[in-house]
Design a protein around this ligand. Structure first.
Ligand code: CA2
Length: 143
């Protein structure tokens, strides 16, 4: 199986600010960790991160016919973006939503997820391991 792992705005700042919420691993460190975990699962993986909503929509569209599953942390766009929701619905690729923090125990606005409406499963509050868990879930349910 091949997965696309999509990350939204400010995820490239991981490890630089707010380590109490988002941990101390950098974005590059996260990619290295996930490359290793994907290999252990016997899966291929590619990554995309952008701070721009339109670029995230385009990356999801371009995944059509190329990947078997999408792991997506739309970050702040989770709570605002109908465009990302529509892109996930348009490609209809099995998707799992990941949040590093436990959004349910944070501000009320973080408890609304538009993207999640198009995802088969959501993993919250598991830190960086949530992305690995999402790949495991997709492999078990969508292969
Ligand atoms: O918990 C998550 O993974 C979030 O998707 C992260 C988003 C936040 O807006 C969502 O509500 C929950 C924010 C990502 C920002 O990442 C930062 C990393 C380092 C320093 C500051 C922000």
């Amino acid at each position: 199986m091949k997965f696309l792992i999509v990350n939204g705005p400010n995820i490239n700042m991981l490890g630089i600010r707010e380590p109490d919420i988002y941990g101390t691993l950098t974005y590059e460190g996260l990619l290295e960790y996930l490359k290793g975990e994907a290999a252990r699962l016997g899966c291929e993986v590619e990554f995309f991160q952008s701070n721009s909503e339109g670029e995230l929509v385009t990356a999801i569209q371009k995944a059509l016919g190329r990947v078997d599953g999408i792991v997506i942390n739309p970050a702040a766009y989770t709570h605002t973006s109908v465009a990302i929701l529509d892109a996930l619905k348009a490609v209809s690729i099995p998707a799992v939503e990941v949040h590093i923090s436990d959004v349910d125990s944070r501000e009320a606005f973080r408890q609304i997820s538009y993207a999640g409406l198009a995802c088969k499963h959501t993993i919250k509050g598991q830190g960086f391991d949530g992305y690995r868990q999402a790949m495991v879930w997709l492999k078990a349910h969508c292969s």
